[in-house]
Design a protein around this ligand. Structure first.
Ligand code: PLP
Length: 415
């Protein structure tokens, strides 16, 4: 059964609000709409449970139980253990804290492999940490024409000196999935740790983090139909090796040692409501109520992906092959192995990106322009980050009519 789009869209109230009337949302890579379950959970928490959690009185006890349950459910969904799940204010903050913790594991003889395809969140703080320790930084650079990372090049950078590798699961500009399972295997063969940024991948397919095998996997829940939190999985061996970054008395508390900010109780407690949405979708599409959460997540991710894949080619077709536009990332779904996420960035050659974005917005296409904190990617492609690109990103609740609107607006504006 294909994705029941009407059913899906009925779970996203933003789609039918007057502020969004006669418009189509293409800024999903910046932040997705929240599903009804997320909104309801936050509302209920703020009404009934907005107290310090983990005391004996009913509201406090319930708040703490919800936080624990959210962490357990996310662990099940991602195929990892509960103690490996860390919530933090954002992915940028999580990588910042992680980078500081990694300083204790890195030595001056180590090499750190970073890419120029990453969002700055998954590279800047690690580069600075490596510099502070005196490690050599090896940059795994994208192809200057395609923006893709070549795994053979990665292998040539790896050595027994490699201590750490950071890589995106998919770039927020190029959209193409990187084979992070293979990258993790190769890195582990030389004893290096691997940090994967899944922020631009998870909204399209909630990953089996356990199967990928990376040491750290991060993504942002607010781009995944949920609350404004970053979720970081730190596989257990590493969790105990990394030094505590929180108060001294939290050193042995797995969900606190890498979050010096302290948890945002309401958002942590409500973070798993999106998984209720996923299960609702699973059952609606014929999935068994006996299926475990990981099974439901995998099957719904497949439905999301098939739906997106049915729409991506028509958007790419509008932009590919034009002489007034440079499309970034693969022009088709099967150009390269792996999933091409529907994050479609391009640089107009005869107009300013900001003007194109403005004209698209005038035509009801909710989008923007900029470098999206991926300045190094653009630089590697010879695109001026200050000029930026226009980016249209969509997800599983996007309809064929939305894509038609974007396509005809693009043809009109670029004409
Ligand atoms: C690919 C990617 N990584 C990391 C981040 C940073 O996430 P956060 O906003 O949660 O810090 C973003 C944000 O746009 C992103 O797109």
């Amino acid at each position: 059964m294909p994705l029941d789009l009407e059913f899906v869209r009925s779970h996203f109230p933003a789609l039918s609000r007057s502020i969004n009337a006669d418009q189509s949302f293409f800024e999903n890579a910046g932040g997705s709409f929240a599903c009804q379950q997320t909104i309801d959970a936050l509302h209920a928490y703020y009404v009934d449970l907005k107290v310090q959690p983990y005391s004996e009185f009913a509201s406090s006890h319930r708040a703490g139980a919800l936080m624990d349950s959210a962490r357990e459910r996310w662990a099940q969904a991602l195929g990892v253990e509960t103690r490996e799940v860390v919530f933090g204010p954002s992915t940028s903050m999580n990588t910042y804290v992680l980078a500081h913790a990694f300083e204790a594991l890195l030595e001056s003889g180590h090499e750190v492999i970073v890419t120029n395809q990453d969002h700055e969140a998954n590279t800047g703080a690690i580069r600075r940490a490596a510099e502070r320790v005196g490690c050599t930084i090896r940059e795994w650079r994208t192809d200057p024409v395609t923006g893709l990372l070549d795994i053979d090049q990665f292998e040539s950078l790896l050595s027994e000196r490699t201590g750490l590798v950071t890589v995106p699961h998919a770039s927020n500009i190029i959209g193409q999935e990187n084979d992070v399972t293979r990258i993790s295997q190769l890195a582990h063969q030389v004893g290096a740790r691997v940090v994967v940024d899944g922020v631009s991948f998870a909204p399209h397919s909630i990953p089996d983090v356990g199967a990928i095998g990376a040491d750290v996997y991060l993504f942002s829940l607010y781009k995944t139909y949920s609350v404004h939190q970053g979720l970081m999985v730190v596989r257990s061996g590493l969790m105990t090796e990394l030094p505590n970054q929180s108060h001294f008395f939290n050193a042995e508390v797995a969900d606190k040692r890498l979050n010096p900010a302290g948890p945002d109780h309401a958002q942590v407690a409500c973070s798993a409501a999106v998984l209720d949405y996923v299960e609702t979708l699973h059952h609606h599409h014929g999935g068994s109520v006996d299926d475990d959460l990981r099974t439901a997540v995998a099957s719904v991710s497949g439905l999301w992906r098939d739906h997106e894949d049915s729409l991506t080619p028509s958007l790419l077709a509008v932009l590919a092959g034009r002489d007034d536009v440079r499309l970034l990332g693969p022009a088709s779904l099967d150009a390269v192995d792996g999933h091409r996420c529907p994050t479609v960035a391009f640089t107009p050659l005869a107009m300013e990106p900001a003007d194109v974005a403005h004209e698209l917005v005038q035509r009801g296409v909710q989008t923007s322009s900029g470098h999206y904190y991926a300045a190094r990617v653009l630089d590697g492609l010879g695109v001026d980050p200050d000029r930026g690109v226009v980016r249209l990103s969509f997800v599983h609740y996007t309809s064929p009519a939305d894509v038609d609107r974007a396509a005809s607006a693009l043809l009109d504006v670029l004409r």
